[in-house]
Design a protein around this ligand. Structure first.
Ligand SMILES: [Zn+2]
Length: 131
């Protein structure tokens, strides 16, 4: 019940805020309008900055991830773990999925034991290596 109340308060606050802004835009003085616009721009800028930072973080994570899971010989990301290879497990898909859903956790989870190295084979040049 408390959660419902909080949601109602938030919704009400947003509604009142919108009405206030609308009134200012319709009847406010130029100064009030300028203030409102400046405040909105600031919050937009902030949002944008936050989004950009998130994207940058996601990209650098993905780069690190891609960097780690590649063939040491030719640099291809078309690598597959040996053993599960026959079951059609595609590391390529896991890499993409992992990058999208945030996580090295995908591979860590799939590899199971972090302490044990896994054998991989490069689908591009056929080199076998451990990670
Ligand atoms: Zn290779």
């Amino acid at each position: 019940m408390i959660i419902l109340l909080i949601i109602l308060i938030f919704a009400g606050a947003i509604y009142l805020d919108r009405r206030r802004k609308k009134r200012i835009m319709e009847q406010g003085t130029p100064e009030q309008k300028a203030k409102l616009l400046a405040a909105e721009k600031r919050s937009q800028d902030l949002k944008q900055t936050l989004t950009e930072n998130k994207e940058k973080k996601a990209i650098s994570k993905q780069e690190k991830f891609n960097d780690k899971f590649k063939c040491p010989k030719c640099g291809s990301h078309e690598i597959q773990p040996l053993g599960v290879h026959k079951k059609g497990f595609s590391l390529g898909k896991a890499v993409v999925g992992g990058a999208l859903t945030n996580g090295i956790g995908t591979i860590a989870g799939f590899a199971g034991k972090k302490t044990k190295k896994t054998d991989f084979v490069c689908m591009n040049c056929g080199k076998q290596f451990k990670m």
